[in-house]
Design a protein around this ligand. Structure first.
Ligand SMILES: Nc1nc2c(c(=O)[nH]1)N[C@H]1C(S)=C(S)[C@@H](COP(=O)(O)O)O[C@H]1N2
Ligand SMILES: [Mo]
Length: 325
């Protein structure tokens, strides 16, 4: 999970934006008080680790992990925070004002299912225990063929998996959004299978790219982008990146996601980005960049094949499309 080398799509040192703190991985581990410790050691040594992590989580902007950079400009903040998909607040892109009703502090999170001990804790404690914040630049590709590139702050999802101590039978991690129709008008629309649910295999959840984001653009996450914690899986279509998570359930059954329940022919479990597998109703060859509205070619696994292609070796040899629709 730690970074070995710069992936092929990452650019040289001086790209991306200016105002953020640039630290390499070793420097930020030192800044977070982990110098000389493997992360595993840090996670198990609860006392000293917790203190260091709390100190690290306090400051936005979080130190940028330079292993995750971009080959394109960062999307203007205004575009990424006002053009959002959050069906709990309505099916249009323009729900950001309505989403401000979401109260995200305190925010109780449950970790349950096939784990050694089920736990409930506040999102803040969870993030502190999961290692403190870092910032990563990731591309994001919605299945609707728009795309953005944003700086997320958060922790690797693998750290939560480690904390949760899943039992050997656990094969999947299911994640669930809050359910409260009194603040989220979309949830009064009973034809949707609320709450929003998504899932990953444990191999995917512990891949280095899978990220639990708590912030964006160097600040705490705005409600409309999925405060206080949301998933980010940049090699998959955006709908996998479930927002405002309240429950992480370890299970031996493949989760059936919100969109899969609604229309399994269009939105499958895997949903890996592939320009050569069209959505049943439109092409996935290109994507429109929020902000500039330029169209660029879509890349397999959204350009993250080096990190994730190995997860899928030998699966569906006669029907590779299953991984991508
Ligand atoms: N709970 C929840 N999570 C969600 C959605 C949603 O409607 N509800 N929309 C998904 C879709 S389709 C996309 S593209 C991304 C959008 O993230 P953004 O609005 O922060 O760009 O969130 C995903 N996570
Ligand atoms: Mo999406």
């Amino acid at each position: 999970m730690l970074i070995k080398k710069r992936p092929s799509w990452a650019m040289a040192e001086a790209d991306a934006t200016s105002e953020h703190i640039y630290l390499n991985r070793r420097e930020w581990l030192r800044a977070a008080g982990f110098a000389g410790l493997g992360l595993t050691t840090a996670l198990t040594g609860v006392g000293g680790f917790a203190a260091a992590a709390v100190a690290a989580i306090e400051g936005y902007p979080a130190p940028r992990n330079m292993a995750y950079r971009l080959d394109r400009d960062i999307t203007p903040e205004d575009d990424a925070t006002t053009y959002t998909n959050f069906y709990e607040f309505g099916s249009s892109k323009n729900i950001w004002k309505r989403a401000q009703k979401l109260v995200t502090d305190p925010w109780m999170v449950t970790i349950d299912g096939l784990v050694e001990t089920e736990i409930q804790l506040d999102a803040e404690d969870l993030i502190a225990k999961a290692g403190g914040l870092e910032e990563r630049l990731y591309r994001h590709r919605c299945v609707e063929a728009w795309a953005m590139a944003v700086p997320w702050s958060g922790v690797p999802l693998a750290n939560l998996v480690k904390l949760a101590k899943p039992k050997p039978e656990a094969k999947y991690l299911q994640m669930e959004t809050f359910l409260d129709p009194s603040i989220a008008p979309g949830q009064k629309q009973s034809w949707y299978p609320w709450p929003y649910v998504e899932g990953l295999t444990l191999a995917e959840a512990t891949n280095e790219l899978a990220f639990l984001a708590t912030g964006i653009y160097g600040k705490p996450m705005p409600a409309q982008n999925g405060a206080p914690i949301r998933l980010v899986t940049p090699w998959k279509y955006g709908f996998k990146s479930v927002k405002s998570i309240t429950r992480f359930t370890f299970t031996d059954k493949q989760p059936v996601s919100f969109w899969e329940q609604l229309n399994g022919n269009e939105y499958g479990f895997w949903a890996n980005v592939n320009p050569d597998v069209p959505h049943p109703r439109w092409s996935q060859k290109t994507e429109r960049l929020l902000g500039s509205n330029k169209n660029v070619r879509t890349q397999i696994y959204n350009g993250y094949g080096e990190q994730v292609a190995g997860l899928y070796d030998g699966m569906f040899p006669n029907d590779g499309r299953k991984l991508f629709h």
